[in-house]
Ligand binder design. Sequence first.
Ligand code: BMA
Length: 324
Amino acid sequence: MSTIVGDALPNIPWHDRPAGSSDVLWRYEHNPIIGWNPTARTARVFNSAVIPFGDGFAGVFRADHKNGRPKLHVGFSDDALAWRLEDEDIAWVDEAGGPAPTSYAYDPRVVKLDDAYYIIWCDDFPGPSIGLGRTTDFRRFVRLEHPLMPFNRNGVLFPRKIGEHYVLLSRPSDSGHTPFGDIVLSHSPDLTFWGKHRLVMRSGGEGWWEGVKIGAGPIPIETTEGWLLFYHGVSGPCNGFVYSIGAALLDRDNPTRVIYRTPNYLLTPEKPYETVGFVPNVTFPCATLQDAATGRIAIYYGAADTYTAVAFCQVDELLDHLRA
Ligand code: BMA
């Protein structure tokens, strides 16, 4: 039985766990779903966000252009696996309707909040900070005030107010590749003014796989037992960072309280599309689709800063795994 609080999603992409596997999170056998040079202008599409939209799905994709700069692109899909990506990046406007281009933009998340879709990403402030924007139709995209000051590279909104406040997870950083990082949480009454900052989880935990830094992944999933948060955990062997995927359960009314946290990663770079690419050894989750009727979850992650890949799990099995 599912413990997910939310809507049924009968058209969620799904493949059963492969025979012989006991993994809590298993990869889609046809990964990656987006490979090198997916459009004329773009070299690599990864660390991207998808969401149910209309009869199908929409997405906001991190696309590194052939000049090396990341931008955000829209895509649409009927099955959330085969994507029609636009070659032009999003033409942002400001709240007055004037052009508001990004100099770079990466690692988007998308969430439906109230009557609109909000996009949150790493933006140039100058220097990395959190950008926020809104759309209702995935055609017109409006940039809003930056929620946080530089430097911060990783913003994730909760899908509803908790009590009186919208809630944002982030990972304060430096302006470079940041050899540290914890997950903090901020509150806002209006999505403009943010405060009451609180520490949620620190890097380290019990494992070296998350010893350098951790950051929230997809929009947290509400369950009857708490908020299910997939996150990235980074270790620092001698030849660079390694990004793996873990999960935690946060208190439903007070998400600064961590109820469970995986001692071991759930997924780490193993497959060639995860270990070989523009940045080897990266699995970086940015979105999920979930079906409250069956408890199925599809997780979208960037692989090796090059590919888009999908993994699956069943919410009850994951909660049992976290409790163990
Ligand atoms: C992080 C972000 C991600 C990227 C990762 C590995 O700091 O920049 O976009 O996937 O590094 O390069």
